[in-house]
Ligand binder design. Structure first.
Ligand code: FAD
Length: 275
């Protein structure tokens, strides 16, 4: 059977222990032959240096590394400088985002939407970078309508993006229907499902409230019923997420992108279940 392309997402660690832990996580996950490891970028550039250091660390180990880059609260000069730094170092893939609008009196900067950042990257660096953008099977919280949100995704592709990675979801039909809607809007590029393992329900519920990814009622109730028994919750979560990945693989998705939270344990179990 043809190997399904896989990628893993990290956040840039803050402490020496975090850096060492992430290195070990990479050793474990590298066994699955990922296409690339990506590293998130804090809104407004708050993790700029740590994102860069982590990306260069990954690259030095001989892996393909993709920094995330978000444009909210940034100027064109700042973004151009960042692109130059990555291009000079031979980084050739970017996960390109707007970022969440910061609360309070913070300047929006030179870019309002990710599509504008994609266009800027193409204008500055031609075809040097493979550009991945974000997509939302359950729709972005600010979207006016499903069709407006997919219209925005199309704008990102028209501006030069190559592929999309989705927000995580547990409703597999939401992804299938989303891809259908994308095709109706003339989108032909790959849409890679983003997969979130289930580490704990409190944290997952908090993320889901912010990003608009639904935890289906049956799943939330089952997870809540484990109370403090994290080990059993995780075993159950591994089953649920493995089945989700199997359904996606059988349907013929172009790849899977895992949100790792810098941990390898649950993902290794899911990958082993997927064989
Ligand atoms: P956009 O594509 O600009 O869309 C934002 C909203 O604006 C949507 O509702 C869209 O429908 C609407 N919109 C777009 N264009 C228009 C227009 N012309 N007119 C009207 N409405 C419009 N955040 C980080 O801060 N750092 C990260 O590293 C990071 N990594 C992520 C990785 C993935 C795979 C995903 C799915 C998300 C990630 N995020 C990250 C979160 C992301 O930044 C937020 O979801 C953010 O709110 C939207 O970013 P976007 O790139 O999708 O924005």
């Amino acid at each position: 059977m043809k190997k399904l392309p896989i990628s893993f997402e990290f956040f840039p660690p803050k402490t020496p222990e975090g850096i060492a832990n992430l290195r070990e996580t990479r050793v474990q996950l590298a066994k699955y032959g990922p296409e690339f490891f990506s590293v998130t970028f804090g809104a407004g550039g708050s993790t700029r240096d740590r994102t860069m250091e982590t990306v260069f660390d990954i690259q030095a180990e001989g892996h393909s590394a993709a920094p995330h880059i978000s444009c909210i609260s940034s100027t064109k000069e700042e973004i151009a400088e960042l692109l130059k730094a990555y291009q000079t170092k031979g980084i050739d893939r970017l996960v390109t985002l707007r970022g969440d609008i910061p609360s309070g009196e913070v300047a929006i900067g030179d870019f309002k939407f990710a599509s504008e950042l994609v266009a800027f990257i193409r204008q500055q660096t031609g075809n040097h970078f493979q550009i991945e953008v974000a997509a939302y099977p359950e729709f972005h919280p600010e979207a006016e309508s499903p069709s407006a949100d997919v219209g925005n995704l199309k704008r990102k592709f028209d501006a030069g993006a190559n592929r999309a990675i989705t927000q995580y979801f547990y409703n597999v039909d939401a992804y299938f229907r989303f891809v259908e809607l994308c095709v109706q809007h003339g989108i032909t590029q790959p849409i890679i499902p983003g997969i979130m393992p289930i580490y704990n329900i409190t944290q997952l519920a908090r993320f889901s409230n912010i990003c608009g990814a639904e935890i289906p009622r049956w799943l939330r109730m089952r997870l809540e019923a484990y109370g403090d028994d994290l080990a059993s919750l995780r075993t159950f979560g591994v089953d649920v997420v493995s089945e989700l990945c199997e359904a996606l693989r059988d349907w013929g998705v172009p790849g899977l992108h895992f949100y790792t939270l810098n941990q390898s344990g649950l993902i290794s179990k899911i990958m082993d279940n997927l064989d």
